[in-house]
Design a protein around this ligand. Structure first.
Ligand SMILES: *[C@@H]1O[C@H](CO)[C@@H](O)[C@H](O)[C@H]1NC(C)=O
Length: 507
C-alpha cells in the first residue's frame, strides 16, 4: 500500500514535470515591453517639437488630470533613453514596443517640415536598441495628435487619411531600414470613443453618438492608406510587416441565453468590431448588427440618415486585409447582459446604441485602475474568438499589465500573479492553435497614465518622479519577467534571490 502511494506520487510528480516542460514559449516568440511617447518622453517643447493635443489639454485645463500633472517631463526618456535600453538589456527583452510623437517629427503636423532634432532622437533610441539585438516595434500613433491638425478638425476631417499617409511615408523612409515591425494606430476605440464621442481623453470633443463612428471610418481609411503605402513602396526593399493594435478586452455573455449571447456580440462590435471588422473580416465594412441598429435608431431619433457612415464597395475592398498582423491590447473581461446591469446612457451615444449591461463578478481581483480586472481565461477567450472570427490572423499581444498605487513599493506580488496568469492563458491560446507570435508587457516603467496622471503605476521598473534624474528601480515583477523570458517557462515557485539587477551575458 505504502509503496503504491510512493509510486503514484512519483508518477504524478513526473507527469507534472513533463507538462511543465511541454508548456514552453517557442524560442522565436517575441517577449518585450511597451510604452507610448507622451507617457514617457517628456521634452514636450524640446528643440522645435510642435504642440500635441495632450500638451494643449493639460496646459489649458490642468484640472482634468487627477493629480493636476502632465507629460511635460514624466519619465524623461528624452534625456534617459540610454538607461531605458539598459533596462531592456537587464530584462533580456527580445523586442521593445514604443511610439513616435508625430509633432516631434513634423512640428506642424503637415509634411512640409521635418524636425532634425526629433529625427535624431528616434535614430539614437533605435540604434541603441539594435546595438544590443533588441527588435524595435514602432507605433506611429499613440494618441498625441499634433494640435495644428486638431485645429483643422483632427480625426473628424475627411482630410485626415491624407495627412496620416504623408506622415507614415516620412516615417517609413526615415526609419524603415532598421524598423521591421510597424503598428499604425494604438487603440482606435480609445482615440475615437474617448476623444471624439466623450470627454475622457484629449481632444475632449463631446460629440456623443456622432464622433466615434465618423472617427472610426477616417481612422480605418488612414490605416489602410498607410498600409498600402508601406506594402507598395517600402516593404519590397525593407522587408517588414505592418499591422494595427486594437484594445480587445473579453466580453462574454452573462448567461447562456440567446439574448445575452447577442448582447455580448453587440458589445464586442461596439468596443472593437468597429475597427477590426473593416480590416479583418471577409465582408469588410462596419459590423452588420450594430450598423443596422444605429441606422434604425438614427431614423427614430429624427436624423435624415444613419449616424454611422458607410464604406463604399471600393473602400471596403481597399481596407479589407490591410494588416499583416492583429495587435491586441488585452487587460480585462466583462460579462454582458441584455437586461441587467444597465445604466442611464446619454442619447444618442455609442453606449445607448449598443444598450447592454456590463458586470464584473466580485471574486475577480481589481487593480488600482477601476477598469482593470483579473479574470479566468481572459486572454484565451479573447484570442480564440479572434482566431475563429478572422481566419487565424497572426497576433501579437501588444499590451497587457497590472496597475498598483504609488505607495505600493517594489514587492508587487499582485502584478506578478496577473502576469503569470496572463502568460498561462497565452500558452493555452498557443495550445488552442492561436497564431500568437509575441507578448509586450505594459509597461517597462512607471509613466504618465493619461487622465489618472501619476496615481496609477504600471511599471516593471519604479520611477521616482520627485527625483530630477527620474531614477528607475526594478520591482520584483521585473526579476520574474526576466526569468520567464530567459527560460521560456512560467515557474510559479520562482523567487528572485536578491533585488539587484544585472545584465546577463549576450545582452
Ligand atoms: C456631452 O454631451 C451630452 C449630450 O450629448 C451631455 O449630456 C453631456 O452633459 C455632455 N458632457 C459634457 C461634459 O459637456
Amino acid at each position: 500500500m505504502k509503496l503504491f502511494v510512493v509510486i503514484s506520487l512519483f508518477l504524478v510528480g513526473c507527469s507534472a514535470l513533463t507538462t511543465k516542460q511541454e508548456r514552453r514559449f517557442p524560442d522565436d516568440f517575441l517577449f518585450g515591453t511597451a510604452t507610448a511617447a507622451y507617457q514617457i518622453e517628456g521634452g514636450w517643447n524640446a528643440d522645435d517639437k510642435g504642440e500635441s493635443i495632450w500638451d494643449r489639454m493639460t496646459h489649458s485645463n490642468p484640472t482634468v488630470i487627477k493629480d493636476l500633472s502632465n507629460g511635460d517631463i514624466t519619465s524623461d526618456t528624452y534625456n534617459n533613453y540610454k538607461r531605458d535600453v539598459e533596462m531592456m538589456r537587464e530584462l533580456g527583452l527580445d523586442a521593445y514596443r514604443f511610439s513616435l510623437s508625430w509633432s516631434r517629427i513634423l512640428p506642424n503636423g503637415l509634411a512640409n517640415k521635418v524636425s532634425e532634432a526629433g529625427v535624431a532622437f528616434y535614430n539614437n533610441y533605435i540604434d541603441e536598441m539594435l546595438k544590443y539585438g533588441i527588435t524595435p516595434m514602432v507605433t506611429l500613433y499613440h494618441w498625441d495628435l499634433p494640435q495644428k491638425l486638431q485645429d483643422l478638425g483632427g480625426f473628424m476631417s475627411p482630410l485626415f487619411p491624407e495627412w496620416y499617409e504623408d506622415y507614415a511615408r516620412i516615417v517609413f523612409e526615415l526609419f524603415g531600414d532598421r524598423v521591421k515591425h510597424w503598428i499604425t494606430f494604438n487603440e482606435p476605440r480609445e482615440i475615437c470613443y474617448e476623444g471624439y464621442d466623450w470627454i475622457s481623453k484629449a481632444p475632449q470633443v463631446n460629440a456623443t453618438g456622432i464622433g466615434v463612428y465618423r472617427c472610426a471610418k477616417n481612422l480605418v481609411m488612414a490605416h489602410a492608406r498607410a498600409y498600402h503605402a508601406y506594402k507598395n513602396d517600402f516593404a519590397p526593399s525593407q522587408g517588414g510587416v505592418c499591422g494595427i493594435t486594437i484594445s480587445v478586452n473579453w466580453f462574454g455573455p452573462k448567461t447562456d441565453s440567446e439574448e445575452d449571447q447577442f448582447a455580448a456580440e453587440l458589445k464586442r462590435q461596439g468596443e472593437w468590431g468597429l475597427f477590426a471588422e473593416p480590416i479583418f473580416s471577409e465582408d469588410g465594412g462596419f459590423p452588420k448588427e450594430l450598423s443596422e441598429k444605429v441606422a434604425q435608431k438614427s431614423i427614430e431619433q429624427g436624423y435624415p440618415r444613419s449616424r454611422m457612415p458607410e464604406f463604399t464597395d471600393d473602400e471596403k475592398a481597399f481596407v479589407k486585409g490591410s494588416a499583416d498582423f492583429f495587435g491586441v491590447n488585452h487587460y480585462s473581461s466583462f460579462l454582458i447582459s441584455a437586461t441587467e446591469d444597465k445604466e442611464e446612457y446619454v442619447v444618442p451615444s455609442l453606449y445607448d446604441d449598443v444598450d447592454v449591461g456590463s458586470y464584473v463578478p466580485g471574486d475577480w481581483p481589481t487593480a488600482a485602475s477601476s477598469w482593470l480586472n483579473k479574470a479566468p481565461d481572459s486572454i484565451l477567450n479573447a484570442l480564440t474568438h479572434l482566431k475563429n472570427k478572422y481566419n487565424s490572423p497572426v497576433i501579437y499581444i501588444t499590451e497587457n499589465g497590472w496597475s498598483t498605487s504609488p505607495g505600493d513599493g517594489l514587492v508587487d506580488d499582485d502584478r506578478i500573479s496577473y502576469y503569470r496568469a496572463s502568460l498561462e492563458s497565452a500558452l493555452d491560446a498557443l495550445d488552442a492553435g492561436v497564431n500568437l507570435k509575441g507578448y509586450m508587457a505594459w509597461s517597462l516603467m512607471d509613466n504618465f497614465e493619461w487622465m489618472e496622471g501619476f496615481t496609477e503605476r504600471f511599471g516593471l521598473y519604479h520611477v521616482d518622479f520627485e527625483d530630477p534624474a527620474r531614477t528607475r528601480t526594478p520591482r520584483k515583477s521585473a526579476f520574474v519577467y526576466k526569468q520567464i523570458i530567459k527560460t521560456r517557462v512560467i515557474d510559479h515557485e520562482y523567487e528572485p534571490s536578491s533585488m539587484t539587477m544585472t545584465i546577463d551575458e549576450g545582452h
